[in-house]
Design a binder for this molecule. Structure first.
Ligand SMILES: *Cc1c(COP(=O)(O)O)cnc(C)c1O
Length: 379
């Protein structure tokens, strides 16, 4: 069976871990954490970076930083991973879901304004498959209504938004805050892992405090204060140096990893294009203002029945393809709020989208077996 995902090791991970262990500093916020932060700032122009133990944690930090409280409203797509919503639900916000675009699963920016009320505090765009949401339109709305924007860039490392003037801006550098994931299913991994990016300097100081259990420990280590104390709420959000050193090895290989994933993605696209056209299967569409970081390759079938049929055919051919996400607005937890709006596009992606295996170690032979298996489905 060709698996859906296989974590890729660059070979440098153990050397860096050994160095971290030998240095005697195993807890967080040491040399490798700083190297990772510096990498992201230099490479992508991010503001302040703070590694976290997951993207889920980074989203929870974002909700604390924005002082999200009961009664606040947060606008986000329904077609996303549960953590996007859960982080804000934990702080008792009301989650207001937006439908997806017709051409790609990202939130439909043209439907956001109608959902903004006096209680709206933030918009959380999710760059699905690493493809940018229309950040120009979203930031304009945020400015007009005084809202914060938190980019859920969990899947979006090394991907860009291209503004109308043609300037490329890295995803994660545009919103007031942004979150990344280094879970083993993402392009760059550390098993579990994540990062909060703070682009708005007003949040720099408090972010560090929340990161360090509500203390000013980071400032203390920089000799800015002479003792460290409990100054705010917070939690233990920082990963150990063992995780950070593993992640650093991966970051150093970012270019090679991305090239390999792009090759696989392009093969799928080129080899399946004609077949998809003949069978009314929709392949990914990357809007003109977005780039593709080859995080995942998906196909959109005509519905649940056809999706299940294709997945079963692939499984019979030794290929593990999977679907996701179950729309959050239809989840048992959210349904209890009584919001019964139909989000047509989002529900269609939940029913019809199929993801094919995409990982660094996928061989040419396996790739062609998958392509041939897809093309041999009798629809
Ligand atoms: C993977 C993912 C997350 C969660 O990341 P973790 O690091 O596993 O917590 C959140 N949002 C999106 C869109 C994701 O794809």
């Amino acid at each position: 069976m060709i698996p859906f995902n296989k974590p890729h090791l660059t070979g440098e991970e153990f050397g860096y871990i050994q160095d971290a262990v030998n240095s005697g500093h195993l807890s967080g916020n040491g040399k490798y954490t700083r190297l990772c932060h510096a990498f992201f700032k230099e490479r992508f122009g991010f503001g302040k970076c703070l590694l976290t133990t997951s993207c889920t944690d980074a989203l929870e930090m974002a909700a604390i930083l924005l002082d999200i409280k009961e009664g606040d409203e947060v606008i986000m797509p329904s077609y996303t991973f549960v953590s996007t919503a859960n982080a804000f639900a934990l702080r008792k916000a009301r989650i207001v879901f937006v439908d997806s675009r017709e051409d790609c699963p990202n939130m439909d920016e043209s439907q956001i304004e109608a959902l903004i009320t006096k209680k709206t505090k933030a918009i959380v765009p999710v760059h699905y498959a690493g493809v940018a949401c229309d950040m120009g339109a979203i930031m304009k709305l945020a400015d007009k209504y005084g809202l914060f924007v938190v980019e859920d860039a969990a899947q979006a490392i090394d991907s860009y938004y291209v503004d109308p003037a043609g300037n490329k801006r890295a995803l994660g550098s545009i919103g007031h805050l942004a979150t990344f994931s280094f879970h083993e299913t993402k392009n760059i991994i550390s098993g579990e892992g994540g990062m909060l990016v703070i682009n708005d300097p007003r949040f720099y100081e408090r972010a560090e405090i929340i990161w360090e259990k509500g203390t000013n420990r980071s400032a203390f280590f920089r000799n800015e204060v002479n003792k460290y104390e409990w100054v705010d709420v917070g939690s233990s959000f920082l990963p150990s140096e063992i995780i950070a050193s593993f992640l650093y090895a991966q970051l150093k290989a970012l270019k090679v990893i991305q090239q390999q994933r792009q090759r696989i993605w392009n093969t799928y696209y080129n080899e399946l294009k004609a077949w998809a056209m003949d069978h009314q299967i929709q392949l990914p569409i990357v809007p003109e203002y977005a780039t593709n970081n080859a995080h995942l390759f998906y196909m959109v079938s005509n519905g649940e029945e056809q999706r299940d049929f294709i997945i079963k055919h692939l499984r019979n051919n030794g290929v593990l393809a999977i679907f996701h996400y179950i729309s959050l607005h239809k989840s048992p937890f959210y349904s209890a709020t009584g919001d019964v709006r139909v989000l047509k596009e989002c529900e269609h992606y939940s029913d019809a989208l199929i993801r094919l295996p995409l990982f660094y170690g996928l061989s040419k032979k396996e790739l062609h077996h998958i392509v041939n298996s897809v093309r041999s489905v009798r629809l």
